[in-house]
Design a protein around this ligand. Structure first.
Ligand code: ASP
Length: 159
């Protein structure tokens, strides 16, 4: 069984025309996994609905507790990309689970989005990797503590 925790980020953003702002809506993850017809069991649990620039130390402790307390030993976490490496670093010493953080640069609700690709890729990483904490983005896997977002290039790289 794969436990999916959602924390917000661009992947779950929706656009409100009236005030021209993005807000974080209901996660599309259950729908996307259903559409993908994945055969493995999964459970999606919403933890936070925040842009990751607003995620606090307390929020990171909450994510950490949820991961530790989960009965699953394979865990996916959706997360905004700006501080994904920080949350990965907070989880890095959890040794007995395969924990994979991912998100997208464009909202899943947009037609041209990296969300579905990133979800499939992260699912594969979570299903097959040995225990550890990983960031899986745009076709690459990084170890927690050794990854940063390159804002200008809009992608992740080893640090
Ligand atoms: N500012 C957003 C966040 O970190 C960016 C993203 O998700 O890509 O939540």
């Amino acid at each position: 069984m794969i436990q999916v925790f959602t924390t917000g980020g661009t992947i779950d953003k929706l656009y409100y025309d009236a005030n021209s702002e993005f807000e974080i809506g209901d996660s599309l993850l259950p729908e996307l996994l259903k559409e993908a017809n994945v055969s493995g069991e999964f459970l999606v649990t919403g933890l936070l609905r925040k842009d990751s620039l607003e995620i606090t130390d307390n929020d990171r402790s909450l994510i950490r507790e949820a991961v530790i307390e989960s009965r699953a030993d394979r865990i996916l976490i959706t997360h905004g990309t700006d501080t994904m490496p920080d949350t990965a670093a907070v989880l890095a010493d959890i040794k007995d689970k395969t924990i994979v953080l991912f998100g997208s640069m464009q909202p899943a609700r947009m037609r041209r989005s990296d969300a579905v690709f990133n979800l499939g890729f992260a699912w594969a990483v979570a299903s097959t990797k040995e225990p550890g904490v990983y960031v899986a983005m745009n076709g690459e896997v990084f170890e927690a503590g050794a990854v940063r977002k390159n804002l200008k290039a809009q992608r992740f790289e080893r640090s």
